[in-house]
Design a protein around this ligand. Structure first.
Ligand code: FAD
Ligand code: UDP
Length: 750
């Protein structure tokens, strides 16, 4: 919050307080000295009826906002505040949906309809966890999950603190503790069962009792209710516990919660025992130090196990914690807000390019642009450069993202580490022509990507599987290619007709290796079994009998010396090219004149999903900057087991060669919703694409280029090749000659 407040002026509008002797509504305003947040609290006379209370808050808010300079960004964490704030016209309305509030006890009846109204008005919606996201994602087009992060430094103090707060100091050990609001979500019978299981255990409950009758709380000599404590005090209590508890009831009110206390407990160095809250199982369930138990007996047994854990459990927990931070959450939210603001601005001002559509253009009127290119990724940027530099065209390139480069975009993060916002991009090609073409815009840093797979009970082994992998895995000493080949042959299972991604692998290396390296990874990545995916997917990853441990074997493997974004800047730096980012084609299509359109976004989106959506797979990227020089031995470590929620972790400094005392890594979590990243190679998807392709071919003056527009699982070099080939066709149609380099490049890629 303090960082947000430093960059913007933040007004925190509180629930009103009611005073019997208040003569008229008033506002108390305080500024938090630490964060700079302005806290505004309406003070209302108690006697006011509900409608008058709403009206009073509306007046106070309008007056206060009227006196506050600058643009307004409205952030709702409950729909109830809409009742008096409908009149605001913010540049961006954020709904931060933290819970399924309507499922809570005493939820006001109008909550559901207010939420519907808020969702309709919101420009961007954040959810406090994945389950909530899954429940709400069909209700808003711009919704993003943000599971709880943790202030590791704050709760980490619990690992050092030795002084005990007075009300906890006398309680015998072991202590099993809970902090948080005690309300209807707490399973009170379970709490009693824990206490009854072993009278020598002290059960410590820290937190206010809300909405439930304190008389209903189980009372036992070994249950200690210490009441609410401040955020600052929590680590002092946590420090004195041996196990931390999450005894939540499993019901409607807990279906979507994503308890912040899980990472907080872990940051404090305490093992956790929880009931099966979906998001706890999802994010932390695989950790040795997080035990999940569904009933009282299992919960008690899990507490005993947690008490007996060897201290090594903490290593894996720390690795998980290292991947999350509020700074990163802030950065990602900030980005979503900036994109929403840019979109809103575009829509609310009279467009600069407010000109009639091509069809309505009066004859003879000068065309401002020969080409409109939608998308500033490889497909769009290569074509813009070629059309402007090769054919002298006037080109407008737009991208809905606030930057150029498409998925290959890289940037320095807050710590100054060069990283890739959309996951690791390693350039490799066998086409001299494509490498030569791109070399006009960048120098290169030679780099050969290496990947290790993390295999249970074995550790990190080379991926693609090679002789070293086999020797490590099966404790063998195969010394020649022939021996390794014979070994794989002995494992391989013949498959009559190789059609699927399972067939490819099983027929080459057998079921054991398939299951350990491919099945889980593929199921996570695609939410499909390899038997349901086209063979081309896993065929991307070969198996080797030699000891070559490079991920790619292409003749040219390198990274742009100053990054991809710089390369794109150089490519687009031409007087014939205008670039506008943060602009969606939808917002612009009727306002700009162009002769020809090149579309590099999803082809089904262009045709308003006429035949239904084409399936694309998405990813959630969790970026993390760590205060250490290196995180892992190679650029990428793959996690093929299905229990680990991410597929791979990549560390950019290996790729970029940057020297920096800190390091930045990205975890990739596959997901169904979100930006489309991967076309899903399956026969029925290809059949659907063919229907769109038929529409695309019939669309006059429009060309579809790139990974999303041609629904092909293409690498960067293949997209460059496709764009160059498209350029060559355009040039031929115009009766001009192209340079040798582009003509050959296109041939290589087609
Ligand atoms: P994109 O890069 O997706 O660009 C399309 C652009 O169009 C986007 O920026 C989008 O915002 C914009 N757009 C879409 N619709 C609209 C609209 N309606 N209005 C305005 N703008 C719009 N390839 C490799 O060779 N090596 C790798 O190591 C590698 N790693 C990868 C890792 C990940 C996680 C992913 C997802 C891909 C990876 N790739 C890699 C593939 C590579 O990203 C693509 O081949 C390449 O970026 C495709 O370029 P493109 O121009 O077709 O599409
Ligand atoms: N794959 C796998 N295990 C791995 C690496 C890859 O099963 O350790 C499979 C998986 O289906 C993946 C595909 O091979 O989607 C292609 O892998 P690649 O590394 O080329 O994926 P990309 O970089 O395109 O995400």
């Amino acid at each position: 919050m303090s960082r947000f407040a430093r960059e913007r002026r933040v007004i925190y509008w509180e629930e009103p307080i009611f005073e019997a002797d208040a003569a008229a509504p008033s506002l108390t305003v305080k500024v938090c000295p630490r964060s700079g947040v302005v806290v505004a609290t309406p003070v209302l006379p108690e006697r006011l009826a509900e409608a008058e209370r709403v009206e009073a808050q509306r007046t106070l808010l309008d007056e206060f906002i009227g006196e506050t300079p600058g643009e307004l960004l409205a952030w709702y964490y409950t729909p109830m505040m809409l009742k008096f704030s409908r009149g605001l016209s913010p540049i961006c309305l954020v709904y931060d949906c933290m819970d399924e509030l309507a499922n809570f006890r005493f939820a006001p009846p109008e909550l559901a309809s207010l939420e519907r109204e808020l969702l309709k008005a919101a420009d961007v919606v954040f959810t406090g966890g994945y389950s909530l996201y899954e429940a709400k994602r069909d209700q808003h087009p711009n919704i993003h999950p943000f599971p709880s992060s943790v202030d590791r430094a704050h709760f980490g103090k619990a690992r050092e603190i030795t002084a005990e707060p007075a009300d906890q100091a006398g309680l015998p050990r072991p202590r099993l503790g809970f902090f948080g609001v005690v309300d209807e979500r707490m399973d009170l019978d379970l709490l009693a069962a824990i206490a009854d299981a072993d009278p020598a255990w002290s059960v410590v409950v820290v937190g206010p009792v809300v909405k439930i009758d304190p008389a209903d709380l189980p009372r036992r000599p070994n249950i200690h209710y210490l009441g609410g404590k401040s955020y600052d005090e929590l680590p002092c209590y946590l420090a004195g516990w041996d196990v931390a508890l999450m005894p939540f009831a499993i019901n409607e009110s807990t279906r979507f919660i994503s308890p912040t206390k899980t990472p907080e407990y872990l940051a404090g160095g305490k093992p956790v025992v929880s009931t099966p809250i979906v998001d706890v199982v999802r994010h932390y369930g695989e950790l040795e130090g997080v035990k999940i138990a569904a009933d009282a007996d299992a919960f008690v047994a899990a507490c005993s196990e947690a008490l007996a854990l060897p201290p090594t459990w903490l290593d894996a927990a720390d690795r998980t914690l290292a991947a999350i931070s509020w700074d990163e959450t802030f950065r990602q939210m900030d980005e979503k807000i900036s994109e929403a603001v840019a979109r809103k601005r575009r829509a609310s001002v009279t467009p600069v390019l407010s000109l009639p559509r091509p069809a309505a253009r009066p004859a003879g009127r000068r065309t401002p642009y020969d080409y409109l290119i939608v998308g500033a990724g490889f497909a769009g940027s290569v074509l813009a450069e070629r059309l402007a530099a090769g054919l002298g065209k006037r080109v407008l390139v737009i991208d809905r993202r606030p930057h150029i480069g498409g998925n290959a975009y890289d940037e320095k993060d807050a710590a100054g580490v060069l990283m890739h916002r959309y996951g690791p991009h390693i350039f490799h090609t066998n086409s001299d022509e494509i490498a030569t073409y791109l070399s006009r815009f960048t120098k290169w840093r030679p780099y050969e990507h290496r990947v290790l797979a993390s295999i249970e009970h074995v550790g990190l082994v080379p991926m693609p599987i090679n002789r070293t992998t086999l020797n490590r895995l099966y404790d063998m000493n195969l010394t020649s290619d022939a021996e390794a080949e014979a070994f794989l042959k002995s494992r391989a299972e013949p498959v009559a007709q190789i059609r699927t991604s399972e067939d490819v692998v099983v027929s080459a290396i057998g079921r054991d290796l398939y299951e350990r390296f491919f099945r889980g990874y593929t199921r996570k990545q695609w939410a499909l079994d390899p038997s349901e995916l086209d063979k081309s997917v896993t065929a991307r990853v070969p198996t080797r009998v030699n000891t070559d441990d490079r991920y790619f074997t292409d003749s040219f493997q390198a990274m742009p010396a100053q990054g991809y974004t710089r390369m794109f800047q150089n490519m687009l730096d031409h007087p014939g090219i205008t670039v506008e980012t943060g602009v969606d084609f939808e917002d612009l299509r009727s306002d700009v004149i162009y002769d020809q359109l090149i579309f590099t976004g999803p082809v089904d989106e262009y045709f308003a999903h006429r035949y239904g959506p084409l399936p694309y797979r998405s990813l959630f990227f969790r970026h993390q900057t760590l205060d250490r020089e290196w995180f892992q031995p190679v650029g990428t470590v793959n996690y093929p087991d299905e229990a680990t929620p991410y597929t791979r972790v990549s560390e950019y400094k290996h790729l970029t060669g940057q020297s920096h005392p800190k390091t930045t890594v990205t975890y990739e979590y596959p997901q169904a919703e979100g930006d489309p990243y991967y076309p899903i190679p399956r026969p029925e998807n290809q059949a659907l694409f063919k229907r769109y392709e038929a529409l695309a071919l019939a669309e006059p003056n429009v060309r579809f280029v790139g990974r999303l527009a041609t629904y092909r699982y293409y690498n960067m070099d293949q997209v460059v090749g496709q764009a160059l080939a498209t350029y060559r066709r355009i040039a031929q149609e115009e009766g001009r000659t192209t340079t040798a380099v582009t003509a050959r490049s296109a041939a290589a890629a087609e």
